[in-house]
Design a protein around this ligand. Sequence first.
Ligand code: PLP
Length: 282
Amino acid sequence: PIILSGKEFVNHDELSYPFEERGLQFGDGVYEVIRVYSGSYYLLNEHVDRLFRSAAAIKIALPFSKNELRELLDQLLEKNMVDMDAKVYLQVTRGSAARDHAFPADVAANFYAYAQELPRNLVAMKSGGSVISHKDLRWDWCYIKSLNLLPNVLAKQEAKESGCVEAILHKDGLVTEGSSSNAYLVRDGKVFTHPAKENILHGCVRMRVEQFCRDLDIPFVEDAFRVEDIQYADEMFISSSTAEITPVIEFDGKKIGNGVPGEVTQKLQHAYEQDAGIPMAN
Ligand code: PLP
């Protein structure tokens, strides 16, 4: 594949970094994952805006404007002849410099982006998936899409080893979000989710879910629910750029509602598919 590196396009085997790179040594950087359907970006502006917010929050100056970045990302798809469903991963770090915790003087940000084919997970979207609960061991600023993902990696691995699709994180008894998704509970026709505060990622799909709820007259309640509330839920689902809206049918080994994807979840899935201009999964 052709990789976008800074403002240049290079062959993937030409991309290399010195061992003293702040993303590698400190996780000193931020990233995005953007969904591509049939060769077109979905929610590109939202992701670009969030990348700029994340970078500003950790005081990294990006080497391009939002417009320039959008143009470079379009060229990335063209140069790789991406016309299928894919994801684009992009990351920016503070740069390469002799190892020192404090910011080095005159360091230039490192940036790269690449596309990877990613078919939709139609089975999970149709049948739903099981999840486990996991303590939220992350820091207070999860609204920054930081490269420091160790707590997320460990939680997701535990989910995988339990045959589950996601680990639902909780702090002080409240559900914050999934290890790589936002989490929602449906009860009495209302959708509950953690408010978009500093301790969760403000998901681009979450923003759309809020809009879909408004369009469909489904109350969207930004009020965190407790782990114990899940046993009384009618439905549960998660959202992310790669999982779209995936129904959750089992939590810590116990069925949610009837143990099948719920009506409200399915309505939101269809709203997503309409918004993204993609076929219905079920
Ligand atoms: N929460 C976390 C911790 C994530 O890592 C992600 C995405 O990977 C999300 C939520 C969902 O964000 P988005 O909808 O922008 O993909």
